[in-house]
Design a protein around this ligand. Structure first.
Ligand code: ADP
Ligand code: MG
Length: 581
């Protein structure tokens, strides 16, 4: 075939393929236009998975009648004029491609009126061709109706999933933009059923409530941090609120819903050690930063962005989320019945105070086994932060030389003495190594130790870090090494045998490093060996001191391996289990 210039409608159809991949892409572009037009209300209605119809109405600025046809021409936009405007673009759209692309692959009707116009205008297009344009009466704002999507591109239609699946994708888009814009009222109706309805009252928490329900909203923790010209805000879920994929993480950059692998990972990193394996948090994180620091023009559907200073943003996001978790996460509550006999009182007898002989397991009156129906008080997580809780704790005693029993305002607390002390020692080690302080404790009598091949390999692997943490080791001929000093943390809790401590450490660290970063693995292992053990008898003063120390750690909720340090039996639970309520 000779080379020839493609006819405009063929070229448009090819170009449309990039922007309009599926019905949800249409919904996304139309939503973005409505938001760029300053709408306070956006209504979306779809049928047949968006293939039969997608209609988006807004009360935004409208399009002047004499510009309406132009809006459907390629590269026609009111959002930028020069290439340098691209640097500072603050609108969601800017490419001038959405309307012509949608019109190239569907039948489109747009009805619109600016506030200062007496009448509105309407335009009809059919697979890229203008069919009619006329004045009409209509309310202020814009309605775009798209029907028979991909009617002229049967190949595209074949690649679509079921109508239900396509509707779900549209719902996802509406959901994310509702989260991005709490001050806009969104509704979504799919095949006549209302799926989304937010208030537009400006409160992100209320949006989360209407989208995800009360239970979820009540366990979202506020995130708020400023760093230079950048602000991180939003809500992030308490660790017990987790999901099996990442689709509940919403990342918004200057009100744009984006996908950014590394920043999403920063959010996950903040949960390190607190979520079960392959579980992911819920989060809505808003990043606001100068437009010049974000490149929004790196992807045809604008779903991906690039940051000028990704590393700084990564750590700011991670820090903001982990601060939120430490400051606001409620103390882990016991979630199952702990009735000693394995029996509990039935709902009917509980109020009268008579015990019933019903066994706990599998009874219809039982609350679901993984959650105890706790009274929720509003949306705020109940109880103060763990730090506040720890401040007010009074030690009652120790059981099995393993757990500290304590009483606080909100009930009874059990502290795992080893996990708690591990956290304390770990923080001490990490902050010492950050400050490059010597934490070595020289031994009065240097001790020789023989290492097998595997341990020697680990030792060589970690040589520099071991030294940094306070080990002084010298080759001593053959397989032997001389231990001259150990980390002070290890001697704190009379570790009588430094050689054994080193051997244990090398073995443990080679296991830990599979799941942790090397440095964390080493610090966690030293902490583990330097911490009080289960089985150590502690005096009341020692227990008290431990709680005070835990209070000032970076994350008092978990030991470095992610096990909880404290669990909470609320007064309500105690009363309930004893049949007082
Ligand atoms: P872009 O959004 O990149 O500018 P579009 O093709 O999506 O390109 O839209 C073209 C132009 O049409 C926009 O720049 C805007 O001026 C106008 N427009 C589109 N949708 C709306 C709307 N809902 N309200 C007001 N103006 C709109
Ligand atoms: Mg647009």
């Amino acid at each position: 075939m000779p080379i020839r210039q493609l006819p405009p409608n063929v070229a448009a159809q090819i170009a449309a393929g990039e922007v309009v991949e599926r019905p949800a892409s249409v919904a996304k572009e139309l939503l973005e236009n409505a938001l760029d037009a300053g709408a306070t209300r956006v209504s979306v209605s779809v049928s047949g998975g968006g293939v039969s119809e997608i209609r988006v109405s807004d009360d935004g600025s409208g399009i002047p009648a004499d510009e309406l046809a132009l809006a459907f021409r390629r590269h026609a936009t009111s959002k930028l004029a020069t290439a340098s405007d691209l640097e500072t673009v603050g609108t969601l759209g800017f490419r001038g491609e959405a309307l012509p692309s949608i019109a190239a692959v569907a039948r489109v009707t747009c009805t619109t009126r600016p506030a200062d116009a007496d009448t509105g205008a309407r335009i009809d297009l059919r697979y890229g061709n203008l069919v009619a344009e006329e004045p009409v009466g209509c309310p202020v704002g814009t309605t775009v109706q798209v029907v028979e999507l991909f009617g002229n591109v049967p190949a595209r239609r074949r690649f679509l999933r079921s109508p239900a699946a396509e509707t779900a994708r549209i719902q996802e888009v509406v959901t994310r933009y509702a989260l991005a814009c709490p001050d806009v009222r969104f509704t979504l109706t799919a095949d006549g059923r209302e799926q989304v309805n937010t208030t537009g009252n400006g409160s992100l928490q209320d949006v989360i409530l209407s989208l995800y329900g009360r239970d979820t909203a009540s366990r979202m923790l506020p995130v708020s941090a400023n760093e230079g010209e950048m602000a991180v805000s939003g809500y992030t879920g308490a660790p017990d609120l987790n999901r099996h994929n990442r689709s509940y993480i919403t990342l918004l950059v200057n009100r744009r819903w984006v996908y950014h692998r590394s920043i999403m990972y920063a959010i996950e990193q903040a949960y390190r050690g607190t979520l079960p394996d392959r579980r992911y948090p819920l989060a809505v994180i808003n990043l606001v930063l100068p437009p010049a620091d974000v490149d929004v023009n790196s992807h045809p559907t604008k779903r991906e962005v690039r940051f000028r200073n990704e590393n700084r943003i990564f750590s700011a996001v991670q820090r903001a989320v982990s601060d939120a978790l430490v400051a606001h996460a409620p103390v882990r509550q016991v979630s199952r019945s702990f009735a000693v006999t394995g029996e509990t009182y039935s709902e009917t007898h509980r109020s009268s105070g008579y015990p019933s002989a019903q066994p706990w397991a599998g009874r219809s009156q039982s609350p679901p086994s993984d959650t105890l129906a706790l009274p929720t008080t509003g949306l705020a997580p109940t109880g103060g932060s763990l730090r506040d809780v720890l401040t007010g704790l009074r030690v009652v005693g120790q059981i099995r030389q393993t757990y500290i029993v304590a009483e606080g305002d909100q009930g009874m607390y059990l502290v795992d003495q080893h996990a708690a002390h591990e956290r304390v020692v770990y923080d001490r080690i990490r902050s010492g190594s950050e400050r490059r302080e010597t934490v070595a404790q020289p031994l009065l009598a240097p001790t020789p130790v023989e290492l097998n091949l595997a341990r020697t390999a680990t030792l060589q692997d970690y040589a520099e870090m071991l030294a940094e943490y306070g080990f002084q080791l010298e080759p001593f001929g053959g397989d032997a090494w001389l231990v001259r000093a150990v980390p002070a943390a290890l001697t704190a809790r009379n570790n009588p045998d430094p050689a054994a401590a080193l051997v244990n450490l090398l073995d443990a660290v080679s296991v830990e490093q599979v799941v942790m970063e090397r440095e964390d693995a080493l610090a966690a292992t030293i902490a583990c060996h330097g911490a009080v053990r289960a089985g150590d008898r502690l005096s009341t003063d020692e227990m008290d001191a431990l709680l005070r120390q835990l209070e000032s750690t970076e994350n008092p909720h978990n030991c470095p391996h992610g096990r909880p340090t404290v669990i909470h039996f609320t007064e309500y639970q105690l009363e309930r289990e004893f049949g007082r309520r």
